[in-house]
Design a protein around this ligand. Structure first.
Ligand SMILES: [Zn+2]
Length: 315
């Protein structure tokens, strides 16, 4: 390489490093290409990572390997070493003093070793804009996804997080399908009309809502609301029938999807006179904002009655 005889200590000798990580249909790969000033022989390398390793890990691992290769070469000190990296995330991660990621921590330590007697500079370079050396290293990383030394790095945190989420979802579904021991049937009958299975997407959307809106939405779905069916069960109304059509129990499903007396509200908010549930959330929220419907899910919607069932005399 002749890196050590290009000038006296203190005299800058430029070394340009290009590194990249890539994910293709064949896997995850890394690559580096090092150009030394006045030297016609570049250093380069590539390799393959585990299928569950990330492109970010490949980017960082490429930098680590590039630094190792120069440390292992006959380079001397007092050089300016310019890294060109097209991953801002990688630059940010290795720019810190330490990291909880072993892959990043190893990279930081290797760069620190290189920086003891050299000046190491990290630069971001925009990807895929036709820079020759960056295109070259991109090709090396893609080659690395198909061949080259194989290394399985620790799974990235996101992989652990996804696995943990999957376990939780399975457990949640298992609980959802577990019959009530006392009654030997599935609990939450009304909610089950909306959700046959657990649905993480709906949960996330729900949790983004304002608390007061979320409260009405949960009432509408669970049936634990001011509607007559529930209020009759707890002794607060004299009838469980729908106050509009008197033809069926006043439950959420009936109000939202069935009651013929509310077809105009349904038409206005949902653009249909009847539909299956679950429906999309914005439509349901629009329906709940209809004045007639909104009242049903607030205390002012409780039908006044003199009837109080015996078991709830002191409720
Ligand atoms: Zn009705």
């Amino acid at each position: 390489m002749g890196l050590n005889d290009k000038g006296a200590p203190g005299k800058n000798i430029g070394i340009l490093w290009f590194t990249d990580g890539s994910k293709t249909n064949n896997g995850v790969g890394w690559g580096y290409h090092i150009v030394c000033e006045n030297d016609s022989d570049p250093l380069q390398g590539h390799g393959k990572l585990g299928d569950d390793n990330s492109v970010f890990q490949a980017e960082v691992f490429a930098i680590t390997n590039a630094a190792r290769s120069l440390l292992a070469s006959s380079t001397e000190a007092h050089k300016i070493i310019d890294f060109y990296i097209d991953s801002q995330a990688a630059i940010k991660a290795i720019g810190k003093i330490s990291s909880i990621s072993k892959v990043v921590e190893e990279c930081i330590n290797t760069l620190n070793s290189l920086g003891v007697n050299n000046m190491v500079m990290l630069h971001w370079i925009k990807a895929h804009v036709g820079h020759d050396l960056n295109e070259k290293v991109d090709a090396l990383a893609k080659l690395g996804s198909t061949e080259g030394p194989y290394k399985q790095l620790p799974r990235p945190t996101t992989v652990h997080a996804i696995a943990f989420r999957d376990i939780l979802m399975d457990k949640w579904q298992e609980l959802w399908m577990k019959p009530d021991k006392t009654f030997n049937k599935l609990p939450f009958r009304q909610t089950r009309l909306w959700f046959e299975n657990v649905d993480n997407k709906y949960s996330k959307d729900f949790l983004k809502l304002d608390r007061s809106i979320l409260s009405k939405l949960i009432q509408a779905i669970s049936g634990h609301s001011y509607l007559n069916y529930h209020q009759y069960k707890i002794g607060r109304t004299s009838t469980e029938l729908c106050r509009f059509c008197k033809a069926a129990n006043e439950e959420s499903h009936h109000i939202v999807a069935v009651c013929p007396a509310l077809s105009s509200q349904r038409q206005r908010a949902l653009h249909t006179t009847g539909f299956d549930i679950p429906m999309d959330l914005p439509s349901l929220l629009r329906f709940l904002r209809e004045p007639t419907i909104g009242r049903l899910f607030s205390s002012e919607g409780v039908e006044q009655t003199d009837h109080v069932s015996d078991s709830f005399q002191n409720f």
